[in-house]
Write a protein that binds this ligand. Structure first.
Ligand code: DON
Length: 566
């Protein structure tokens, strides 16, 4: 006779096998919204979200899910998911501890301030944006192992689905097929050997992308741990690739790479505790500055998408981004006056010249004076115990440098372009920088990534983040305001049209579906308003704790983003 406990166990195992079998890499469904009670994962790809969920169901926590989801994204979302790039993780543990893991890429030892300038001192963006020389020393694998300390399952279990997806292949979505076709010429130009992303005919929805070299690299990581990437065969293949293409990442650069645990940037807004990134991402500082500049205003009363609310937000964005350009860089290398830049007095004073109904000017609103000297991807996760993870990783541009490490099957980032390659010269996302973000050996390039967790009554309430380069902090800012001040539903908060101002160029960028009437009101105030491509791709989890615990996970309408939960 089976005991009751044993029967339950058998039942549980049957259900687990059933759900495991449900991850069918050749046929899967994108779920934009899920409401559940135990745990959820939302990411840029359905197969990756399902992989994360599988780990939660196997008894893993949010950290396990974060590792497995990132590894799966490195396979099924090659435009941004990666092992050849970097990222940042913000975690809130059920015991109240906040964690930040910085696995941002670093400049190689041979990098120097003027490495992307020609003999006349003119910047050559192509070199910082494409190919071997644009790559920073990858941080992702070190970051995953730094995260493992907080996880429960063995690394082999967490990486197994990614290995399988790479070895056996998965069906590409419609938009992935289009994106691979668009990038075909660059792949051909920037690689010396055949790469898995290029085939003879065009990709179409449902075609199977198989990545045997990537599978072999993942197996080495599975067997040898962090050394399976930063030493041995993988390191040899990276250095060989560098030598073949005038890249400068060396064995020593790889061997000395370390992920860093940092202290989270935390602040309060209307009773909510916001936990986000410190430097070397500008995201957390920008977020604190923007919230600080509008605090005290009853944004909700102005109304969602009212011209006045937008004006306050745009002017806060303008001023925060001006400070970014002037002051921010890797604080392990340069002195950054973070305390002053985020102090209440300073932020209030920054808005002194705000005139309601009249556009400000980036000529006049430069950085404050201080007395002291496409492609990224986000994952939001909650587990049944209340551990929350917000993690954003990137290759920088879509498919990064577009150079694959031959024999190792993964794309290298083009993160070097996030440095200021010349003072005042705009990068891929149009943002400028100063000496604070100049290139130096081993320095981390300034990021805009803003993985964020919001606590309500000290428990995770919102988990949010986005890709989008310089638009990331404004996407997160707007999504949070949409919920906290404008009372939008989670779905609306993510999907409503967004806008963006980044000091320079002095213009308000709006999404294609931004309301025409509001655009006209802003133009009448004196703003230059320009339509642009969609802004951000937010993955949001909202946890409501009233008469039980209800998790709502939303994948952004702007991509294939998909939520999974139980
Ligand atoms: O770290 C950063 O800020 C950039 N490398 C992020 C790039 C990005 O979000 C591209 N996504 N569309």
């Amino acid at each position: 006779m089976y005991s009751k406990k044993r029967l339950l166990l058998v039942l549980f195992c049957c259900i687990s096998v059933l759900t495991e079998a449900q991850i069918n890499p050749r046929q899967y469904r994108i779920q934009k919204k899920i409401v559940c009670q135990q745990g959820a994962v939302v990411s840029a790809h359905a197969l990756a979200s399902e992989t994360g969920l599988l780990m939660l169901k196997k008894g893993g926590n949010a950290f396990d899910a974060a590792i497995a989801t990132q590894l799966a994204l490195a396979v099924v979302y090659p435009g941004a998911g990666n092992i050849g790039g970097g990222g940042f993780l913000v975690g809130h543990m059920a015991n109240g501890k906040n964690i930040v893991i910085d696995y941002r890429e670093t400049a190689p030892a041979k990098a120097h301030k003027d490495m992307y300038l020609d003999s006349a001192g003119k910047p050559i963006s192509k070199l910082s944006q494409d190919g071997h020389l644009s790559a920073g020393v990858p941080g992702t694998v070190a970051g995953l192992f730094a995260t493992l300390k907080y996880a429960r399952l063995p690394f082999k279990t967490l990486i197994a689905p990614a290995i399988e997806l790479a070895a056996k292949g998965f069906a590409v979505t419609d938009s992935q097929a289009a994106s691979l076709n668009r990038t075909r010429q660059s792949f051909l130009a920037l690689n010396r050997k055949a790469v898995a992303f290029v085939r003879n005919s065009d990709w179409k929805k449902g075609d199977i992308l198989v990545q045997p070299e990537l599978a072999a690299t993942l197996r080495r990581i599975s067997r040898q741990g962090v050394k399976g990437f930063y030493a041995g065969e993988t390191a040899r293949l990276i250095v060989e690739e560098m030598n073949a293409g005038q890249g400068i990442i060396s064995y020593e650069d790889l061997a000395r790479y370390k992920a860093k645990e940092r202290v989270a940037m935390e602040f309060l807004y209307k009773g909510y505790r916001i936990i986000t990134l410190p430097l070397p991402s500008s995201g957390g500082i920008l977020l604190k500055q923007m919230f600080g500049m509008i605090s005290g205003k009853d944004m909700g009363a102005f109304g969602f998408h009212s011209a006045l609310a937008i004006q306050y937000m745009v002017e806060a964005e303008r001023r925060a981004y001006a400070d970014r350009a002037q002051y921010l860089g890797d604080a392990d290398f340069v002195k950054v006056p973070v305390k002053k830049l985020t102090s209440n007095d300073y932020l209030q004073q920054r808005m002194n010249d705000f005139i309601p109904g009249k556009a400000g000017s980036s000529q006049l609103s430069k950085a404050g004076t201080i007395a002291e000297s496409e492609e990224t991807t986000h994952i939001s996760i909650i587990d049944k115990d209340g551990n929350a993870i917000s993690v954003t990783t990137t290759l920088n541009g879509s498919y990064g440098s577009k150079t694959v490490v031959s024999g190792a099957g993964f794309l290298l980032n083009n993160e070097m372009d996030d440095f200021s390659i010349k003072e005042g010269f705009p990068n891929l996302y149009g943002v400028t920088g100063s000496a604070a973000n100049a290139i130096a050996p081993h320095k981390r390039m300034l990021s805009s990534m803003t993985p964020t967790i919001v606590l309500k009554n000290n428990r995770p309430y919102l988990i949010v983040g986005s890709p989008g380069g310089s638009t990331i902090p404004t996407s997160v800012f707007q999504t949070l305001l949409n919920i906290i001040d404008f009372n939008l539903t989670p779905e609306e908060a993510v999907n409503q049209p967004k806008f963006h101002h980044q000091w320079l160029p002095d213009q308000v960028e709006v999404e294609p579906d931004f309301p025409e009437g509001v655009k006209k009101q802003l133009t009448d105030m004196g703003y230059r308003v320009n339509k642009r491509d969609p802004i951000g791709r937010v993955e949001l989890i909202l946890v409501r704790e009233v008469f039980g615990r209800f998790i709502t996970a939303i994948g952004d309408k702007r991509g294939d983003d998909s939520a999974a939960g139980y």
